[in-house]
Design a protein around this ligand. Structure first.
Ligand code: GDP
Ligand code: IMO
Ligand code: MG
Length: 428
């Protein structure tokens, strides 16, 4: 197998960064294909912790090709900061390449993101305020600026002048905001960003297809998660891109016939940041306990993550939407010490049991999870290196997750470190 697409099978923060870093040791190339710096992917190597927002989690090896595809929205200031921070940690970024087709985030995108949330009041989405939604909105409205425009001084000056004029009108007239974007200031700042980023810009689609044709191993690193997908997530409480596996093709410029394997990353429980429905959410001490033990605080915004039991209805849904072949189950260690662990196997809606994820948020609000209970384990599993060394109840729990989700596990995580990863099946 030479291409693997790795996606989030829940609401994001499943541990995609850690699993990508782990699998990247066998890959030649790692590609981000959607989202932007709303993503926060944590990789722990030895005593160092890296928090990546835009750069693929394969960068820490130094020699892997790391690509940012056309489907990603790029905040150049954040990208430059990330490059600087990696360099200061001794990581080479020479192998990074960025698609000229990727859209660029400007300060007015962040301003509009925040103004839009303020206007929504109680029905706000709880975005990361990084300008992601407005940048994708401009892309779809065909008024966005791409990396290729950033590199062309005249194009940038002209398009930006027009866009800033309109965005200032929007900020004042639509949102009643007193904030104004200073065209000259943004132009000079972004001209400087362009000069510093130019050397990284290359045709990502050409590079990916060439690598695949040469038999190289390519890993696609999804951001966010299936339930945050613009089409398949809990709309409107979603992000503005497509975190599902199919987006690897459109977001990097390759055809579906080039994808061999799709892996879904899922926590052994489930979390969500921001607003929106969450059937298995725990509002009690158990939820707090999981949040504390799992250190469930956002990598990007630091917000506390909402925590709940593993939801097999969601897992089966993610399996269908993404065509999952394997699961990577992370954070099994966080459940250590519990007497009983619950898994949602269906939803009770009025007097029926439904096993498909509902479309309507109203219906979802009336769904009660139906739980199955499994016995926990007390032994510390964070130093276990082989699946067969796990306590019987921990192994059984994984087997139940596989059965209830309808997907076999290839990887089980027992801690944030590289070595705390159990391999059940090789993916490359
Ligand atoms: P991502 O956005 O999907 O890459 O996930 P995040 O990095 O935002 O959040 C996952 C968190 O869990 C990070 O702090 C990881 O270091 C950590 N993590 C990943 N896998 C494991 C695991 O198996 N056990 C534990 N205890 N932590 C893990
Ligand atoms: P990673 O890649 C978890 C959530 C936000 C909000 C919604 C929309 O680290 O898994 P946006 O700023 O994208 O318009 O916010 O999506 N969200 C994430 N939640 N992990 C992420 O990324 C997320 N990226 C966005 O909290 O609810
Ligand atoms: Mg994250």
């Amino acid at each position: 197998m030479s291409t693997v697409v790795l996606i989030g099978a829940q609401w994001g923060d499943e541990g995609k960064g850690k699993v990508t870093d782990f699998l990247a040791r066998q890959a030649d190339m790692v590609v981000r294909y959607q989202g932007g710096n709303n993503a926060g992917h944590t990789v722990v190597v030895g005593d160092q912790t890296y928090k990546l927002h835009l750069i693929p989690s394969g960068i820490l090896y130094g020699e892997k090709q790391c690509l940012i595809g056309n489907g990603v929205v790029i905040d150049p200031a954040v990208l430059l900061q990330e490059l600087a921070s990696l360099k200061s940690q001794g990581v080479s970024t020479a192998n990074l390449r960025i698609s000229p087709r990727a859209h660029v985030i400007f300060p007015y995108h962040r301003s509009i993101d925040m103004a839009e949330e303020t206007c929504k009041g109680n029905s706000k989405i709880g975005t990361t305020s990084r300008g992601i939604g407005p940048a994708y909105t401009d892309k779809a409205a065909r008024v966005g600026l791409r990396m290729v425009d950033l590199l062309d001084r005249d194009e940038l000056a002209e398009k930006l002048r027009h866009t800033v004029e309109i965005k200032n009108k929007m900020l004042a007239g639509v949102y009643g905001s007193s904030e104004r974007i200073d065209y000259q200031q943004v132009l000079s700042r972004y001209t400087e960003y362009a000069e510093r980023l130019e050397k990284y810009v290359a045709d990502v689609s050409v590079l990916v297809n060439r690598a695949i044709d040469q038999g190289q191993k390519v890993l696609f690193e999804g951001a966010q998660g299936t339930l945050l997908d613009l089409d398949h997530g809990t709309y409107p409480y979603v992000t503005s891109s497509h975190p599902v596996a199919a987006a690897a093709c459109t977001g990097a410029g390759l055809g579906p016939t080039k994808i061999n394997t799709v892996v879904g990353v899922a926590k052994a429980y489930i979390t969500r940041v921001g607003e929106g429905p969450f059937p298995t959410e725990l509002h009690d001490k158990m939820g707090e306990q999981i949040r504390e033990r799992g250190r469930e605080f956002g990598t990007t915004t630091g917000r506390p993550r909402r925590c709940g039991w593993y939801d097999a209805v969601i897992a089966r849904y993610a399996a269908r939407i993404n065509g999952l072949e394997y699961l990577a189950v992370t954070k099994l260690d966080v459940l250590t010490g519990l007497d009983t662990i619950r898994v949602c196997v269906g939803y009770r809606y009025k007097d029926q049991i439904i096993d498909q994820f509902p479309v309507s948020l109203k219906m979802m609000a009336q769904c009660q999870p139906v739980y199955k209970e499994f016995p926990g384990w007390q032994e510390d599993i964070s130093t276990v290196t082989d699946f067969n060394q796990l306590p019987q109840n921990a192994r059984d729990y994984i087997r139940h997750l596989e059965d209830l989700s309808g997907v076999p596990a290839a990887i089980v995580g027992v801690g944030p470190g590289r070595a705390q990863t159990l391999v059940l099946r090789e993916l490359f």
